[in-house]
Design a binder for this molecule. Structure first.
Ligand SMILES: Cc1cc2nc3c(=O)[nH]c(=O)nc-3n(C[C@H](O)[C@H](O)[C@H](O)COP(=O)(O)OP(=O)(O)OC[C@H]3O[C@@H](n4cnc5c(N)ncnc54)[C@H](O)[C@@H]3O)c2cc1C
Length: 387
């Protein structure tokens, strides 16, 4: 079947977008409302992502990944988020912060052992950075990694871990104190932890506002012994490893926000061309058509920032500021666009029968995770004032 080729993107990028769009419309969207009541990342979504190569988008073919560009990655996440926001969160976490640290910092043995399983979806990944007292201030991590007879013993509590209880593999950042005279951020170390390791325990599964298909769990590490060969990078590199991957993570979150806003705009266009008040279709009231125009313009600007940050990554150019700007702008604007969309639906927007109600709850998380809006502003300001 012919696909709609956008000349701005390569053939491969168009194909990835089309594939993601098909999964979104055939597998995700028809089930999203039912899944929203279950608080579970569904197997049907995992299978569809795995079959189509979406679980290893940024992993090279040598490890059975699809070696897609960041642009293709962003386009795919936009489409998946239109089908189900929570599923796009899991896909983003798995592809970026759960897989890329191994690709970028792993040794050959670690890459051979773990990457293909992640890229093919045989194993689902999670990323354990946040703790009850350490969110924005990730350097305040209290989880310890103590070296005992060629192993590391991990102890501590990780908070808000997306699919922490469903994943098979975790990237865990812990405090290993290699350089006690240096600041906390120089004393963190990253580990690859198979979640069936004794002492990797699931605590509370949180009740949250939306994105039921991206459940979050508290992970309690209790004398969780990990072989030294599962340490990622050198001792003291944990903070660097965690933050370096947040750049690609942020592009993913910005893209999913664009997807949710796009879905909200499409729902709004449909609704305002069907519903009538005062003898006219809603869109025929200028106030309403102007609102649609504003929503579409904010969305276009957000999308451009996301694709610009992705392009910088594709060109291997510095993307820290661009990724933070994309994340800040796209998530903040998406929240406004979705809120405006709900307003256009009137009272019906508040009903669970209408998709917009779920999107409104789902989009709220995007300004919080992978660095809050305030943290993005700190990064942008720091980059501006660097010289
Ligand atoms: C749905 C969801 C999924 C998540 N998934 C994961 C995951 O998979 N893995 C993981 O490790 N973490 C995950 N997180 C955690 C997330 O990254 C943190 O919640 C986030 O970093 C904020 O940390 P915090 O909640 O502790 O807020 P805090 O750091 O306590 O911040 C509270 C408020 O203060 C603001 N603030 C803090 N410091 C400053 C400052 N210096 N200047 C100005 N404002 C400031 C913040 O922006 C925020 O508004 C997830 C969170 C959510 C909600």
């Amino acid at each position: 079947m012919m696909i709609n080729m956008n000349p701005l993107f390569s053939e491969e990028e168009n194909l990835v977008k089309d594939l993601a769009q098909k999964i979104a419309t055939k597998v995700l969207k028809p089930n999203s409302n039912t899944w929203s009541k279950q608080s579970h990342f569904p197997k049907a979504a995992l299978d569809a992502f795995a079959e189509s190569g979406l679980m290893g988008m940024l992993i090279p073919e040598a490890y059975q990944g699809s070696n897609a560009t960041y642009t293709a990655y962003a386009l795919a996440l936009i489409e998946i988020a239109k089908g189900d926001a929570g599923c796009s969160t899991v896909l983003s976490v798995h592809n970026s912060v759960a897989s890329l640290p191994i690709l970028q910092f792993g040794d050959d043995q670690q890459k051979n052992l773990f990457l293909a399983d992640l890229a093919t979806g045989k194993k689902l990944g999670c990323f354990c950075l946040t703790e009850p007292q350490a969110g924005s201030d990730a350097s305040n991590i209290q989880t310890t990694a103590v070296k005992i007879q060629g192993q590391y013993r991990l102890n501590g509590v990780k908070q808000f871990i997306t699919v922490g209880h469903q994943a098979q593999l975790a990237i865990v950042i812990a405090h290993s104190q290699p350089f006690p005279h240096l600041p906390p951020s120089k004393n963190l170390t990253a580990f690859i932890v198979p979640t069936d390791t004794k002492g990797f325990n699931v605590g509370r599964i949180e009740h949250k506002m939306g994105q039921a298909t991206a459940p979050i769990a508290q992970i309690i590490l209790e004398n969780c012994d990990i072989p030294e060969s599962y340490r990622l990078g050198a001792e003291g590199e944990g903070y660097k490893i965690a933050l370096s991957q947040l750049e690609s993570g942020r592009i993913g979150i910005a893209a999913q926000a664009v997807g949710m806003a796009e879905a909200a705009l499409e729902e709004s266009i449909l609704y305002t061309t069907q519903r009538q008040t005062f003898g006219k279709y809603l869109y025929e009231h200028q106030a309403i058509s102007f609102k649609l125009a504003d929503m579409a313009t904010k969305l276009a600007a957000a999308k451009q920032l996301v694709l610009y940050a992705a392009k910088l990554k594709d060109l291997k150019l510095p993307a820290l500021k661009a990724a933070a700007q994309a994340k800040l702008f796209a998530t903040e604007q998406a929240e406004k666009i979705v809120s405006d969309a709900l307003q256009l639906f009137g009272g019906y927007g508040y009903l669970q029968d209408f998709a917009i109600e779920q999107i409104y709850r789902d989009v709220r998380a995007t300004t919080l995770y992978e660095g809050t809006s305030e943290i993005q502003k700190m990064i942008i300001a720091r980059e501006l004032l660097k010289h």
